[in-house]
Design a protein around this ligand. Structure first.
Ligand code: ZN
Length: 243
């Protein structure tokens, strides 16, 4: 089975469309989404509609929960809270209903999936040795998939040794080779690892491989849409830099 994994779309329609065009060039059996469909970005309804249509599995993220009113927006950064409040005013009922049905974690052999981390599927950032080790300790599957940090990561645990690194475009991992793997595909709609291109992850369970993919998209279009809606300028600016 081949799977395309996407995460943290954040209402960035043009990033999402570019990723799906790359995915469709060699169509996988399934598409999995690790959550945060909305928030930060200008096209929440379109992002939810496309994922509703296309994803075989979708998790809910902290921004989705914030928009649904199930997380306190005071816990969000001011810009994130501003966009979450705006999203609440434009999100269509059927898209809200779709998000309401999602969970922040799932198990789908041979993987366990979490929006954020196994210890806290909604909020915890796995960006340190301690959080990565805890993620392995709290799971049993050979492969653990996480999103939330917007940083593409490839971390392995073999014979008690943790090996972790950021995973730039083109990074390939042999899933069978070394123990267990914790992978973060990076973000479709707001990458924060210095590469502004939209990120996704290609899994091939038969070949035992994972490949970190990036695709360029029309960043200026998403930036114009943010500005047209009077959403915070910093959120437009950061897209140019992938931060
Ligand atoms: Zn996110």
């Amino acid at each position: 089975m081949r799977v395309a994994v996407i995460s943290d779309i954040h209402a960035n329609l043009h990033g999402l469309e570019a990723v799906l065009e790359a995915v469709d060039a060699d169509p996988p059996d399934e598409l999995w989404c690790l959550g945060d469909l909305v928030g930060y970005g200008p096209r929440p309804n379109e992002a939810v509609e496309i994922v509703r249509e296309r994803a075989h599995l979708c998790l809910v993220g902290n921004h989705d929960l914030g928009v649904l009113g199930r997380l306190d927006l005071d816990e969000f950064s001011p810009d994130a809270a501003t966009v979450a409040r705006w999203t609440q005013t434009v999100l269509l009922d059927e898209n809200r209903a779709y998000l309401e049905r999602l969970e922040p974690q799932a198990k789908l052999d041979p993987a366990e999936l979490f929006h954020a981390s196994p210890r806290d599927p909604v909020w915890e950032y796995v960006v340190s040795e301690e959080t990565a080790l805890a993620a392995f300790e709290l799971t049993v599957s050979p492969l653990v998939l996480i999103g939330h940090s917007h940083v593409a990561l490839s971390i392995s645990l073999a014979n008690g040794v943790l090996n972790g690194t950021v995973a730039p475009e083109g990074t390939e991992v042999a899933l069978d080779e070394a123990g267990r793997w914790l992978l973060n595909p990076g973000s479709v709609g707001q990458p924060r690892d210095g590469d502004p291109q939209a990120a996704w992850l290609e899994l091939d369970f038969d070949a035992g491989s994972a490949r970190f993919r990036r695709v360029s998209y029309d960043i200026e279009r998403t930036q114009s849409e943010l500005r047209e809606r009077d959403l915070p300028e910093a959120l437009a600016e950061r897209l140019s830099h992938g931060v």
